[in-house]
Design a protein around this ligand. Structure first.
Ligand SMILES: Nc1ncnc2c1ncn2[C@@H]1O[C@H](COP(=O)(O)OP(=O)(O)OP(=O)(O)O)[C@@H](O)[C@H]1O
Ligand SMILES: [Mg+2]
Length: 424
């Protein structure tokens, strides 16, 4: 009986132990599964995948841990989104910038750059972040400038010239990227293209030099002859008259020069520009009348070919432009030649052209004839009394009307100068 009791008791104990063992096993299995889930979950987060949540429903510590991991994921996800957006903003800001931006660390390794920098230095490689600056930039001025900024931890500004197919001028500003009082991340440089500014400055320098030169010749002559007239008491009357004539010619030359310069400057400042609709016929007749006498003297035939009744433009300015073209045609066409003024519509433009059968211009000079003071034959053209500003004035008048100028010419055969003004 006792044996049976013991057997029964042992069996019960065994069953209890088995039950607890089963429970223990089950718990371990659940914990293992949860840990596995958490491992996978954190792996996904580390890979930047925030689309999943931990699904552990237990009410114990594991459940609490899962809840805090889920809320950590939500916070990380929103932080990550913010970071991605900030990065996108920065990269579109950098790539949209007209200026070049290039940042390097204290070891001269590139940490940031934009598209413009790649264009400036012709970088063909893909992503050059982490690579040495010296691998890509050979310009000694730029390198020494970066090195100085890294060493002295100050803002520097400098103008540099980069020559490859063309000459480009840049203003570089290099500033330190300060981490704290002593340490810095590196330096960042901004490359601003100032080539247009430089060429305007160069044009201004050349213009002043040209103006001075143009003034110098007649002034020297006037001074010389007036000195002779003052100092030489025995000078003969005919000689005196000859000298006075030369002085007068030079004064006239100076006054033409002044007139043309003032004309150019008023055209450039765009003041007094009035467009009105006017009839072409009387406008052309007036112009032709001004050249009639000259044409008769040089036995030049003046022709007109007018296909438009009226036009909208600044009449006095257009008169000046056509006057300059006709004046040139008259000057550079020899006896017996033909000059034609034509006005007609052509492909959405009003084309005002002056054609002559004169000396013509060699093709090497054609791209420059509209420049101020440009003369094909310096000696000859100056002798003819020209200032070299006539065509520059024509070009400015065309530009003021939103149009352009063109020239076709062949040496020995003649020239065709055209002003093209958009119809609308
Ligand atoms: N119709 C033309 N035929 C041949 N050469 C021309 C003609 N028009 C202009 N040129 C050349 O182009 C140059 C520039 O002309 P532009 O009218 O600007 O100056 P200019 O006639 O010398 O002086 P300005 O007109 O100021 O009195 C001239 O010096 C001349 O060499
Ligand atoms: Mg001229």
């Amino acid at each position: 009986m006792l044996a049976f009791f013991y057997d029964y008791h042992t069996l019960a104990l065994l069953l209890v132990i088995l039950f607890f063992l089963f429970l223990h096993f089950k718990t371990i299995q659940t914990i293992k599964k949860s840990v596995q889930k958490m491992t996978e979950f954190s792996k996904k987060i580390s890979e930047g995948d925030f689309n999943h949540s931990l699904n552990i429903r237990s009410r114990d510590e594991l459940g609490a841990l899962a809840n805090s991991l889920n809320s950590m994921k939500d916070q990380l996800s929103s932080l990550f989104l913010d970071l991605v957006q900030e990065k996108q903003k920065l990269s579109s800001l950098l790539s949209g910038m007209y200026d070049g931006v290039l940042a390097i660390d204290p070891n001269k390794k590139i940490i940031l750059y934009n598209k413009r920098v790649k264009e400036i230095f012709h970088l063909k490689e893909g992503d050059v972040r982490g690579r040495s600056l010296l691998e890509f930039i050979q310009n000694p001025d730029v390198i020494s400038f970066f090195e100085r900024a890294l060493k002295e931890k100050k803002i520097f500004q400098k103008q540099i010239k980069i020559i490859d197919n063309t000459v480009k001028h840049y203003e570089i500003v290099v500033s330190p990227l300060q981490q704290d009082q002593e340490n810095m991340w590196g330096v960042v440089a901004i490359f601003h293209d100032i080539s247009d500014l430089k060429s305007v400055e160069q044009m201004r320098i050349e213009f002043v030099a040209n103006v001075s030169h143009e003034f110098k010749t007649p002034l020297t002559s006037i001074l010389g002859f007036t000195d002779t007239l003052i100092n030489d008491k025995d000078i003969h009357q005919t000689q005196k008259e000859k000298f006075l004539k030369i002085i007068k010619q030079n004064v006239e030359r100076l006054s033409y020069l002044m007139k043309d310069l003032l004309s150019l400057s008023s055209l450039e400042s765009e003041v007094m520009f009035h467009k009105l609709c006017f009839k072409i016929q009387p406008f052309v007749e007036k112009l032709m009348l001004e050249f009639e006498k000259q044409a008769q003297e040089k036995e030049i035939t003046l022709k007109t070919h007018i296909k438009v009744e009226s036009m909208t433009a600044d009449e006095p300015k257009l008169h000046q432009a056509l006057y300059n073209l006709l004046d040139n045609a008259m000057k550079y066409t020899e006896k017996g030649g033909v000059i034609t003024l034509s006005i007609q519509e052509e492909k959405g433009f009003l084309k005002l052209a002056v054609e002559d059968s004169g000396l013509g211009i060699h093709s090497t000079h054609l791209p420059r004839v509209f420049e101020r003071f440009y003369r094909v034959d310096k000696g000859r053209d100056r002798e003819m009394g020209g200032t070299g500003l006539g065509l520059a004035i024509v070009k400015h008048i065309a530009l003021l009307h939103g149009g352009s100028v063109e020239v076709e010419s062949e040496q020995g055969k003649g020239s065709l100068f055209s002003i093209l003004i958009p119809l609308f």
